[in-house]
Ligand binder design. Structure first.
Ligand code: SAH
Length: 214
């Protein structure tokens, strides 16, 4: 049994702070949430390494730094209704749930979604809703949202997601080609999107009606 708490602190000190993550609430949350419990047992000892790792079904849990920067860019203050597209392991959803009011997270692969729903319940999260569906269409029945995060690579931010975002809201997403993207933060200001470009990144593809075809 590793000392996971120590590894989490090391992760924050060596991977997040030196790369410029500053939001204290984000750093504290990443010191707290047990990332290793979101991955298959055989990878648990690597949970706090500086990389993405496989979670089954050809999908991955994002690198800790990527989770931290995306969360920081969302500027959460605790009162937001958040939509995540791409539940994967559920780790990002748990981080978001610690920092906002409620999180709706959409996953396309049923087995992953069902797994995460059980896990989050066991862990005591009661403000995360896992929905199995094509997240490229958003979640119109629960819209509007204050924040939207897409955790899979997308050729562009789907128009319907912009429609489901409140004015003043923020979308963070890896946008670009299938095998390389740029992290974009887009803020909705009086109906138009103001974009900022951040770090290059590589995510698994967003597959669906407004993403890529299978
Ligand atoms: N946020 C996750 C990492 C996500 S990996 C974590 O913290 O672990 C990207 C996920 O997006 C994969 O699980 C993939 O199945 C899912 N995905 C791909 N296309 C999707 C779509 N159209 N709707 C919902 N989820 C999708």
């Amino acid at each position: 049994m590793r000392n996971y708490e120590l590894l989490r602190n090391l992760m924050v000190e060596t991977q997040l702070i030196p790369r410029g993550i500053k939001d204290k609430r984000v750093l504290d949350t990443m010191r707290k949430v047990p990332r290793h419990l979101f991955m298959p047992e055989k990878y648990r000892d690597d949970a706090y390494e500086d990389m993405a790792l496989p979670i089954g079904e050809g999908q991955t849990i994002s690198q800790p730094y990527m989770v931290a920067i995306m969360t920081e860019l969302l500027e959460l203050n605790g009162d937001e209704k958040v939509l995540e597209i791409g539940t994967g392991s559920g780790y990002q959803a748990a981080i978001l749930a610690e920092l906002s009011r409620e999180v709706y997270t959409v996953e396309r692969i049923e087995s992953l979604g069902d797994n995460v729903r059980l896990k989050l319940k066991e862990m005591g999260y009661d403000n995360i809703y896992v929905i199995v569906a094509d997240g490229t269409k958003g979640l119109p029945e629960k819209a509007p949202f204050d924040r939207i995060i897409i955790t899979a690579a997308t050729p562009k931010i789907p128009e319907c997601l912009i429609e489901q975002l409140n004015d003043g809201g923020i979308i963070v997403a890896p946008v670009g080609q299938r095998f390389s993207q740029i992290l974009i933060k887009a803020k909705k200001v009086m109906g138009t999107m103001k974009e900022e470009y951040h770090t290059p990144c590589v995510f698994v593809p967003l597959i669906g009606e407004h993403g890529w075809k299978e």
